[in-house]
Design a protein around this ligand. Structure first.
Ligand code: ADP
Length: 208
């Protein structure tokens, strides 16, 4: 977040004189307490200052980038996960390609008869399978997919930053968000590199 000139002045005053009451900060700036109230609220909510009743304001010592990192580290997968697109193992490569276009996704998940995760299909998996193959209707996706147990997954309460780390280390574009059931892994969401780009854009919109 971008601090106003007055907010920066407040931080300097609190840094040098804390703990200090709102009244005293206002006096030093020749402003009324009421005028300062919104600025103090913003600085406290965003973590630059800490307020203790009957004592006053303290400087927390945290920089803007530390506060931002703290905020990102709290994000959970379920807050950002998108809708997953899954197909059955018997679906043909031709139909998988059609689904990828129709649903506008780059990664498809493959499930068994119990709707449990068995595989993943990327764009390149489908391209590779298409080269030199005269009839894509004859090839079922289970022949070409990356299959369990070699699939990287995440769960709804995982930290988003851990999911991002996994996408990078495994060199993949996306991951299913799964839930453990007696039958296997049920797919409840999708986390992709696009999810991470959206988070980046969201962060720049944030006021506090
Ligand atoms: P692309 O191949 O289109 O660049 P990816 O980088 O996501 O897309 O996929 C690379 C390979 O990794 C593919 O063979 C794909 O099946 C596999 N893959 C994709 N997602 C996962 C995942 N979550 N876990 C394991 N393997 C995956």
């Amino acid at each position: 977040m971008e601090l106003s000139k007055r907010q920066q002045q407040i931080i300097e005053i609190v840094k040098g004189n804390g703990p200090i009451t709102g009244e005293n900060i206002a006096n030093r700036l020749n402003l009324t307490r009421a005028t300062l109230r919104p600025d103090l609220a913003i600085l406290t909510m965003s973590g630059f200052l800490d307020a203790r009743p009957r004592v006053g304001y303290f400087f927390t010592g945290k920089t803007g980038s530390e506060l931002l990192a703290e905020k990102i580290r709290k994000y959970k997968v379920h807050e950002f996960q998108q809708v997953p697109i899954a197909i059955k193992e018997s679906v043909s490569v031709y139909d998988a390609i059609s689904t990828m276009f129709l649903e506008d996704v780059g990664t498809l998940f493959v499930v068994d008869d119990k709707s449990c995760l068995t595989g993943v299909l990327s764009r390149k998996d489908l391209l590779r399978a298409s080269i030199g193959q005269p009839d894509l209707n004859l090839v079922p996706v289970h022949i070409i997919m990356t299959r369990m147990p070699n699939i990287a997954v995440c769960r709804r309460d995982d930290l988003l930053v851990d999911a991002a780390h996994m996408l990078i280390t495994k060199e993949i574009d996306g991951m299913p968000v799964v839930k453990d059931t007696d039958a296997g892994l049920e797919i409840i969401g999708r986390i992709t590199k696009t999810t991470m780009t959206k988070v980046l854009v969201e962060l720049t919109k944030d006021r506090v």
